[in-house]
Design a binder for this molecule. Sequence first.
Ligand code: NAG
Ligand code: NAG
Ligand code: NAG
Ligand code: NAG
Ligand code: NAG
Ligand code: NAG
Ligand code: NAG
Ligand code: NAG
Ligand code: NAG
Ligand code: NAG
Ligand code: NAG
Ligand code: NAG
Length: 466
Amino acid sequence: MMKENFCAMLVLVAILFVGAVQFCSGGNTSFSCIEREREALLKLKLCFNDSSHMLSSWKGNDCCEWRGVGCDKSSSHVVSLQLRGSISDDQHKLYLIDNNVQEVVSSLLKLRYLEHLDLSGNDFNCSLIPPFFGLMKQLRHLNLSNMHFRGRIPSELGNLTRLRVLDLSNGALEVDDHIQWISHLSSLQQLDMSRVSLSNASSNLFQVLGMLPSLSWISLSNCHLNNSHLLFGSHPLNFTFFRNVQHFDLSLNSFQGPIPIFLRNITSLTFINLSRNEFGLMVDWLGDLKRLRYLDLSWNAFVGSIPSSLGTISTLRELYLSGNKLNETIPMWIGKLLAIRKLILYSNQLRGSVPNSIGQLSELEMIDFSKNLLSGSIPNTIGQLSKLEIMDLSENQLSGSIPNSMSGSHKLSHLNLSYNNLSGPIPIGNQLQTLKDPTIYVGNPQLCGAPLMKKCLDDVLPPTTT
Ligand SMILES: *[C@@H]1O[C@H](CO)[C@@H](O)[C@H](O)[C@H]1NC(C)=O
Ligand SMILES: *[C@@H]1O[C@H](CO)[C@@H](O)[C@H](O)[C@H]1NC(C)=O
Ligand SMILES: *[C@@H]1O[C@H](CO)[C@@H](O)[C@H](O)[C@H]1NC(C)=O
Ligand SMILES: *[C@@H]1O[C@H](CO)[C@@H](O)[C@H](O)[C@H]1NC(C)=O
Ligand SMILES: *[C@@H]1O[C@H](CO)[C@@H](O)[C@H](O)[C@H]1NC(C)=O
Ligand SMILES: *[C@@H]1O[C@H](CO)[C@@H](O)[C@H](O)[C@H]1NC(C)=O
Ligand SMILES: *[C@@H]1O[C@H](CO)[C@@H](O)[C@H](O)[C@H]1NC(C)=O
Ligand SMILES: *[C@@H]1O[C@H](CO)[C@@H](O)[C@H](O)[C@H]1NC(C)=O
Ligand SMILES: *[C@@H]1O[C@H](CO)[C@@H](O)[C@H](O)[C@H]1NC(C)=O
Ligand SMILES: *[C@@H]1O[C@H](CO)[C@@H](O)[C@H](O)[C@H]1NC(C)=O
Ligand SMILES: *[C@@H]1O[C@H](CO)[C@@H](O)[C@H](O)[C@H]1NC(C)=O
Ligand SMILES: *[C@@H]1O[C@H](CO)[C@@H](O)[C@H](O)[C@H]1NC(C)=O
């Protein structure tokens, strides 16, 4: 009898304890969602075909616990919605139903404290960006990239004056000649308009963007821009703006001629991408950009030599000059780029030999000099590059033997020396032993030894014994 009572009591205590724990933990959170905002989110959910189940957790009382929903800890208001769809996988995105983008925005407008909105990668089925987006004045971060929006970007977005980050990239969007609205985004730090068609933007586009005081990151890649956008009246833009910009991407446009002079005075720049334009004239002031780390000038129409002013940018980490018509030698001063990690010079007409000074670049991880006219032998100093992972010297006219020192490049995982005039035995030992693909040596009829089938003379004749 006593025993049974005791057991019952234990059970009771256990139930109370579990209940108390549940009350304390669950209790606090289950009331933290604001009902009006929960209803707005449920309305939003109805706008989408959620066959991917991204919103399957959107049920129950506490919307702050739903996937992608972020609430402020003290006020419980919904402050962030991160509903990123997958760009590459059609199964992992939300599909707008009935092109009802108005309903999406009217639901979002009920989230009056929303600061961070990321709907990128979902499929809005070629709808227009509705002007009401401009009513979400409290937004600081807006990502509408890769959403299959189309048409004109509404100037009402200029009302989002608190925005720090705006990503409108990769839609079928365009901007007309009234672009003054962008100048109202005075808090903007990061702007991605890649693949937005700016061909009809008026010629003061760069002035408008360049006046944004906090802008530090800008991409205008693939925007149908050309030299007409670099004019101020009839003369080139030559005054200082974009004062604090660090990252500037102008790749995949139709610019021609010299590298735009306005970049010269933006000394804050750390990243410039001018790849895939038709720039043809190197300038000697690039060395003025003393903080530059990444410089991509690949796939343009540059001829002649690599400008020596680049040798003074001691911060440079990655240099891309591939796909031009550079036809001089690789300069000796290349050995001064002591911070360089990637040196990409393939598909030019560079001649002469690979300078010895390359051995000084102790941070170098990747060399691609393939598809040039380089001759002479591979310098011994290459073996000093202890961080080298990738080296492609294929399709040149290099001769002589592969230096034995190369077996000391412990990190080398990709090597290609094919289609040169190299001769003699492939060095044995250490890292080179792991590179077993014979195609990295083909096209050098006088090379011998593993992994090639051709045996070296030394292998065939037994060593003479004394
Ligand atoms: C309940 O939430 C408030 C606000 O976030 C927090 O300060 C408090 O510590 C929580 N209490 C419990 C028991 O978790
Ligand atoms: C939702 O999308 C899936 C797959 O794309 C499709 O099979 C289904 O018919 C759609 N449902 C509705 C209600 O549109
Ligand atoms: C997408 O838009 C087209 C054309 O407006 C329409 O016919 C189609 O039903 C829409 N698809 C969805 C899922 O709403
Ligand atoms: C916007 O989202 C895409 C992924 O959908 C991401 O790659 C991109 O970095 C985001 N943009 C910003 C500015 O965070
Ligand atoms: C929002 O922007 C539009 C167009 O730029 C403008 O006409 C309107 O007055 C703005 N609304 C508010 C509330 O600022
Ligand atoms: C530059 O683009 C504009 C707008 O697309 C076009 O009218 C103009 O002819 C182009 N200019 C050049 C030099 O290609
Ligand atoms: C540019 O403007 C012309 C003339 O108004 C128009 O026909 C064309 O569709 C516009 N293109 C873009 C990409 O905005
Ligand atoms: C910009 O160029 C124009 C015309 O070439 C010239 O008159 C003006 O002085 C230049 N401004 C600066 C700041 O160099
Ligand atoms: C831009 O830099 C050049 C060279 O340093 C200098 O002569 C010129 O005055 C600068 N222009 C402005 C507008 O700061
Ligand atoms: C520069 O832009 C091109 C084209 O958009 C891109 O493929 C390349 O990766 C970019 N370079 C760097 C260093 O980011
Ligand atoms: C490089 O090409 C330019 C233009 O075709 C030519 O004038 C120059 O002589 C060439 N330089 C060398 C070293 O062949
Ligand atoms: C080596 O370079 C040659 C010629 O550029 C190329 O055809 C081959 O695929 C490359 N091999 C490897 C393993 O990268």
